[in-house]
Each structure stands twice: as C-alpha cells, then as structure tokens.
Ligand binder design. Structure first.
Ligand code: NAD
Length: 481
C-alpha cells in the first residue's frame, strides 16, 4: 500500500481550501494531530469568515448553471469523481489512518465505501410523477434542487459521511460548501483537490475551521440546507440557528444503541459479533453497540466471552498491520472516555481493560464492565469509546423497556436463534435501524435516520436523495379560461 507521496517525501503538503474551483491557502493554518502519536502530523489551511463567505458566494453563483445542467451530465461528473477516488484508495486510506487513527484495512474500507456511496447515488434518478392527466388539467410533481447545501461532518468517518451528503446534493443539482471536523480535515481537503480537476468551479467548496465557523454556515442567508452529522449537543445548536432563515435540515446525531440478547443464542458466536459491533473504530461509531442486555441464564458466560475477546484484542497504531483497534481520535474524546472509565470503576465491575495505555497517543484498552446499574453515566450517556457495559435482565419485556428508556433512538440489535421471535422483539425497539443477528450493515440504497434525539431526516437511499430537493407541483390547465 503506497503512502501519501507528499507526506512520505517529508514535504509539508499543501492541504488547501477549495473555493470557487481554486485551491486556496487559508487565512490561517491548523495543526493536525496524529492520534496514534499525539504529535503534529502536518498543518493545513484554515479559513476565516471572509473565506467562508467567498465559498458560499461561489456556490451560489455556480448553482445557476449546475442546477440547469442535465442530470445525466451531473451523474457523469459524479462517476468521474468516484473513479478518480477509487484509483487513489491506498493514498487516501493511509492519510485517513494517520489523521483518524483507524486500522489501515478499515480506512481502505471506508474509502471504498465512499466510492460505493457516490456510485449508488449516481445510479439514482429524480422521479417525475404525473399526479393527474385528464381533459381539464395535467398535474406534475417534480423534485427541484434547493440551492447551496452546507455539509458539516464529524471525525469518526470523515469520508463516508461526506459522500452521503455531497453525492446526493450534487446529483440533485445543488452546490455544496463542506466543512469537516477540525481534527480530521486532511482527507476532505485531498478529496477537494481531486474534485478541483473534475467539477466546475464553485460546485463543491471545502473550508476548514477550528470549531468556529459552523455557526456562520448554519445562519448564512445564502445556505438553503444544512446536512449535519455530529453530536446531539451540537445538533441542538444547529437546529436553533437554522430557524432564523427556515433552512432545510438533516440531523444525524448521537446514539446509545442497545443490543438485546435472547436466551436461545450460541454465546460464543454472538459475543464475537457483539464485541466487533461495540469496538469497531474503537467504539467511535454513532451506531456502535453501546450497552448489552443479557438474560440471567447467559450472563456469566457472556461476560466471560466478552472479557476474553477484549483481553485478546491488539490495540496499536493503525499503520501497524497487526492492529485491530486504533486510538481514540482526539484528546478531548480520550479525556471523556477516561471519565467513563472512572464511572465504571466506581459503579460497576471492570473485567477487562479499564485503563489508558502507557504510551504516547490516545489509546484506551478495550473495556468490559459488568454489574453496573442502569442509572450510571456509562449506561445512560453516549460513551463513544471502547468501554462496553453488560447488563443483566430477568424479564424480556423489562429488557425492552430499559433499552427504549433513552433520549436516543439511532439503532439497535436483537440476537436470537429463533429469528421470528427476534423479529418480534426488533419491532418493539424505538430506533431508526434495528438489525437482527447482524450489525452495521448499511447498504447505500437503504435509507437511514434516527428517532428521538438521534436526529431527524433521512440519509442514503432514494429518500436520502430527495432530502436534497424541494417538491414542485406544476398544475397545467388544458383549456384556456
Ligand atoms: P460535533 O458535534 O462536536 O462536531 C460535528 C461537526 O460540527 C464538526 O464539523 C464541528 O466542527 C461542527 N460544529 C461544531 N460546532 C458547531 C456549531 N455551533 N454549528 C455548526 N457546526 C458546528 O461532533 P463530533 O464530536 O465531531 O462527532 C461525534 C458525534 O457525532 C457523536 O455524538 C456521534 O454519535 C455523532 N455521529 C452521528 C452519526 C449519525 O449518522 N447519526 C454518525 C457519526 C457520528
């Protein structure tokens, strides 16, 4: 797997903003930390408010032509972007591991997923529906683009979450100003560089901030829609700030997904799947399994299996081929997860892990916690890290009620040998996606969205495309007068 040539040569790479088709140095710079070392990886461009305004203005100008461009041309442009990205997967993957921390094989999987996401949207169409056509009138329903879309992304899956927004927005005829999280801007900037050679000026703009420009984007009068993925706390602020101009809004927010294990499972097999579902990306997944409910009869065996898996997991630098789990992505998250470890130590029994690793970087040993009460921080809040509470239940109805007793409702899983019974249980989970005997299967053509304070609106699938459009009814009289 080849490295980013710029980083390999020891040359400070120019990770520039993309504004109006031009790769533009920032008004300031931003240090990007490698979470596996805690040291500066490189610096990149950082925008100021004037550059944000320039990006929005460029997107507004470009919208006039792009929205009038035939969808077939937009589709071809997206497919060209997908092919260009696919050709550079090793380079993007290495940079993603360096800035985000995930193992290289998972980083390559994310870039491959980003390519697949673009292609999935490029294969879709905007339906035109004739609602009525009779002697008196013809009524047609169309889906028109909205205008300039702000795509605001977090640091756990910087590339795939960007494509979930950029690809449908552009196919539908919108233009975009994208803003990555300040701790993972590099892959987004490299993607901007790639797109600069393919897309017309202003169609995609990328700016980077230091958590200081998001509010300007969400209140900007020339932004028509905000597509936001991030924490529920920030989502709340975004929702308040778009109100001033009644922008369209999609919020994909936090989760505290429960796994319910039924009493007929093969514990060893299910423990392995639950462990992966909880620890992938070091637990920094909105849809990770964040608490597990296990029947009395299987509790001891499940705790033992999960603890053994945690002790055996290889934690290290994502660039090391042996690594199964990388570091936490940033220092703030690392400190937050350490608070959850303290809560676990005080209120539960840690049977594997429980500590930060004694080395540079933001590493936490995969941790399994048993005998912890429902009202603790680790069970009630989103830990977003490799610390999994295992909870005992006696009565299945009670377990379902406890799983649903959360302000979140993003996803959930049910594990049972009797799939009919497991399906019955799944229908009682208050969440946007519930998997039965599998986890994190997210095909790009299947819609995805959260319940309760996990957000609203839909991403992916045909519904995810239509979220970037405005319905337009054209009602035509057939006879004058
Ligand atoms: P965050 O909310 O801190 O940041 C997300 C983005 O919002 C970043 O780009 C950030 O710079 C920007 N931002 C910060 N303040 C803003 C403001 N006032 N206005 C507009 N934008 C602002 O989230 P994070 O810590 O980067 O990501 C982790 C969170 O994201 C977790 O809660 C996780 O569950 C959630 N997440 C959800 C999904 C989903 O699809 N539901 C997917 C991935 C992550």
């Amino acid at each position: 797997m080849s490295a980013n040539p710029k980083l390999m040569q020891g040359i400070s790479p120019e990770f520039n903003l993309l504004i109006d088709g031009r790769l533009t140095p920032g008004a300031a710079t931003l240090d990007v930390i490698n979470p596996a070392t805690g040291k500066v990886l490189t610096t990149c461009a950082r925008a100021d408010k004037a550059q944000l305004d320039a990006a929005v203005a460029a997107a507004k100008r470009a919208f006039v032509t792009w929205s009038a461009t035939p969808i077939e041309t937009r589709r071809r442009a997206l497919l060209e972007v997908a092919a260009a990205l696919e050709a550079r997967i090793p380079e993007f993957a290495r940079l993603l591991t360096e800035e985000q921390g995930k193992p290289l094989v998972h980083a390559a999987g994310e870039i491959g997923g980003a390519v697949a996401m673009i292609r999935a949207f490029a294969a879709m169409d905007l339906p035109v529906t004739v609602l009525r056509d009779d002697a008196r009138e013809r009524i047609v329903q169309q889906h028109a683009p909205l205008g300039v879309v702000a795509a605001i992304t977090p640091w756990n899956f910087p590339m795939v979450l960007l494509m979930i927004k950029v690809a449908p927005a552009l196919l539908a005829g919108n233009t975009v100003v994208a803003k990555p999280a300040p701790t993972t801007p590099l892959t987004t900037l490299l993607f901007a560089e790639l797109c600069a050679d393919i897309l017309p000026p202003g169609v995609l703009n990328v700016i980077v901030d230091q958590n200081d420009l998001g509010g300007f984007l969400t209140t900007h009068p020339d932004i028509a829609k905000v597509a936001f993925t991030g924490s529920t706390a920030t989502g709340r602020k975004v929702m308040a700030s778009v109100a001033s101009t009644i922008k369209r809004l999609t919020l994909e927010l936090g989760g505290n997904d429960a796994a319910i294990v039924l009493d007929d499972v093969d514990v060893k097999e299910v423990a392995t799947k639950i462990f992966q579902g909880a620890m992938v990306n070091s637990g920094q997944v909105c849809l990770a399994i964040k608490r597990v409910y296990v029947p009395d009869s299987l509790y001891e065996a499940m705790c033992t299996e999960l603890a053994a898996l945690a002790k055996a997991a290889v934690v290290g630098d994502g660039l090391d081929a042996a690594t199964q789990m990388g570091p936490l992505q940033n220092k703030a998250q690392f400190e937050k997860v350490k608070e959850f470890l303290e809560d676990a130590r005080t209120n539960g029994r840690i049977i594997a892990g429980g500590n930060a690793l004694d080395r540079d970087g933001y590493f936490i040993a995969p941790t399994i916690v048993r005998d912890i009460a429902d009202n603790t921080r680790l069970v009630r809040e989103e830990q977003f890290g490799p610390v999994l509470p295992v909870l005992k239940y006696t009565d299945l109805d009670d377990a379902i009620a406890r799983a649903n007793s959360s302000e979140y409702g993003l996803g959930g899983t049910v594990w049972g040998a009797d799939s009919k019974r497991a399906f019955e249980v799944a229908q009682r989970i208050a969440a946007g996606t519930v998997w039965v005997n599998k986890h994190l299967d997210l095909p790009p053509d299947i819609p995805f969205g959260g319940a309760k304070q996990s957000g609203f609106g839909t991403e992916m699938g045909q519904e995810g495309l239509l979220e970037f459009t405005q319905m337009r009814i054209i009602n035509i009289a057939k006879q004058a007068g």
